[in-house]
Design a protein around this ligand. Structure first.
Ligand SMILES: [Zn+2]
Ligand SMILES: [Zn+2]
Length: 227
């Protein structure tokens, strides 16, 4: 079992050599030890965290690690980290590719945008975003459609064509109260939505990719308003 203890945080140095470990800082952390003797920060305990918490949708709860000091009920910045501790992923996407950019696409005459990430270490595949399930329009309004896995294509670095990236996310939310006020009678026992679902109905997602081969940073690879 994991527990909260004060630790010297050990972190994979994303831009260093593979397997290299650097000590970043001392802070409170929920710490797991992995078989490679690597200490991996799973979740920070944060005295300033609001009661509602951060706007992290459930499918990202275990893999989006909040970073920085600007996180609150309305915004979370974080890095994607596999449960095995690895932070590099083969990224695949479905959308409308125009030149070197990706936009919302069409599938079965409906809108579609889907991003998946396969861990380069343990090969587990994580769903990062599906327009038809996540965010206000997908979760609350049921807009858009889910795309079968075999429609997704690998996303190459714009500089070197590698499809292995580090992934950072920023999620912006109107907050829990706004969600509860807007859905009103649709929330409750036996109703379609519950108060805890507010994290699913975020308003904006930004996905940043950094190529793990050449270091090219595509800061706003996906920058999508979901409401
Ligand atoms: Zn993994
Ligand atoms: Zn590259």
């Amino acid at each position: 079992m994991a527990k909260f203890i004060k630790v010297k945080m050990l972190k994979n140095n994303s831009h260093g050599k593979k397997g290299e470990i650097i000590v970043v800082e001392e802070r409170y952390a929920q710490l797991y030890l992995f078989h490679r003797n690597k200490a991996v920060l799973i979740e920070e305990s944060d005295k300033n965290k609001s009661e509602a918490g951060y706007p992290i949708p459930k499918h990202l709860n275990d893999i989006l690690i909040p970073m920085g000091t600007d996180n609150n009920e309305n915004r979370v910045d974080g890095v994607v980290r596999c449960l095995c501790g690895c932070e590099t992923f083969s990224v695949s996407v479905y959308g409308d590719k125009e030149g070197q950019d990706i936009y919302v696409g069409e599938y079965n005459n409906d809108s579609a945008l889907m991003i998946k990430a396969e861990c380069t270490e343990c090969h587990k595949t994580h769903l990062i975003f599906d327009l038809s399930k996540h965010g206000w329009n997908g979760f609350v309004c049921h807009d858009g459609v889910t795309v079968p896995d075999d429609e997704l294509f690998p996303w190459p670095c714009k500089k070197c064509s590698s499809d292995v990236h580090h992934i950072k996310l920023t999620i912006i939310s109107e907050g829990k109260e706004d969600y509860v006020d807007n859905l009103g009678d649709d929330i409750g026992d036996g109703k379609e939505f519950s108060e805890d679902d507010w994290v699913e109905a975020f308003g904006w997602i930004t996905i940043s990719l950094t190529c793990s081969h050449c270091g090219f940073n595509d800061e706003r690879w996906i920058d999508y308003e979901t409401m």
